[in-house]
Design a protein around this ligand. Structure first.
Ligand SMILES: *[C@@H]1O[C@H](CO)[C@@H](O)[C@H](O)[C@H]1NC(C)=O
Ligand SMILES: CC(=O)N[C@H]1CO[C@H](CO)[C@@H](O)[C@@H]1O
Length: 285
């Protein structure tokens, strides 16, 4: 769950243009449900033509988007096409009910988080980044929303290089939401705002990948590991200095982290291990 972009193909937007807007969604039993603000043009468009497409990227803090822009890259994302089906009032209540349950369980996880987790989260400075906080206003009834079920017909994964990979429909139906997704933006921000944790990322690049990084940011986290953007030398110039470029590195976990607590533990363990390894190298300053 989180933010996503909604692109709905529409016949009556000026001169065959495509209208797009940001909508909120949840996944329930592998199916996306969308909340579209009452004032959004999509509500009219869908009556005329129910075909739709969605672009979904995993949530990350704003500063990373600027970094991507400077690298002339786009974050990896999922593109799905299909049609939207407006929900009847009783069905809306059911979907709202599961949204409420998810939010409660996530809030409980945050409240009961042990020291390792709250340590990472406390350096996060984003005001509304956990998924629950983003979705809460849907239930508060501050604004009116139309709720739709998204009926999928195709799905593509677009990687950071813009390469397109078709995703099997059965794989989507069987897929589960990553257990870290609801807090990922807060985790990433918490790590990037901490000098010592960023130094640890630089160390990971050196110890685990033999990459001599100048700086590093957490880019994404999931149960299987994490991605780091690191500033590494690309080439040596004539005067002996190096030119630096931002590059993406993947660090897989030995064991999957099935909750936020395990994720933070794995990270701390890797930090300790890396420090131990580096202090083992003689002559390193
Ligand atoms: C869902 O999509 C399939 C084709 O992808 C279509 O046959 C079916 O009628 C759609 N269902 C609804 C309720 O629109
Ligand atoms: C890329 C990114 O997210 N950068 C942020 C990481 O955290 C620092 C705070 O230490 C911010 O200043 C950066 O914008």
């Amino acid at each position: 769950m989180g933010f996503l972009l909604l692109f709905i193909w529409c016949v009556h937007v000026s001169k065959g243009g495509i209208y797009s807007s940001k909508v909120k969604y949840i996944l329930k039993k592998g199916k996306p449900y969308l909340w579209v603000n009452e004032k959004d043009m999509h509500n009219v468009n869908t009556i005329i033509d129910d075909r739709a497409s969605l672009a979904v990227a995993s949530p990350f803090p704003g500063p990373l988007a600027n970094l991507f822009k400077s690298m002339q890259k786009l974050p990896a994302r999922i593109a799905i096409t299909g049609n939207v089906v407006p929900l009847k009032e009783e069905k809306v209540q059911l979907v709202a009910e599961s949204l409420r349950e998810v939010m409660l369980s996530e809030q409980r996880q945050i409240n009961e988080a042990p020291y390792t987790v709250s340590g990472v989260l406390s350096s996060s400075n984003l005001i509304t980044t956990s998924r629950s906080e983003n979705l809460k206003e849907l239930l508060d009834g501050v604004e009116e929303y139309g709720v739709y079920r998204f009926n999928l017909s195709s799905c593509m994964f677009i990687d950071g290089h813009g390469r397109i990979h078709e995703v099997d429909m059965e794989a989507i139906e069987a897929s589960k939401v990553d257990p870290l997704a609801f807090l990922s933006a807060k985790l990433i921000d918490g790590i990037n705002r901490s000098e010592s944790r960023r130094r640890a990322l630089v160390l990971f690049c050196f110890v685990y990948l033999n990459a001599d990084a100048r700086d590093a940011f957490m880019l994404s986290v999931d149960r299987k590991g994490f991605d780091v953007l690191a500033k590494v030398p690309s080439s040596r110039l004539k005067d002996g200095t190096s030119e630096y470029v931002w590059k993406q590195f993947r660090f897989p976990f030995k064991e999957e982290a099935l909750d936020v607590e395990t994720f933070c533990h794995q990270l701390v363990k890797m930090e300790e291990e890396a420090v131990k390894k580096v202090s083992g190298y003689s002559g390193l300053t």
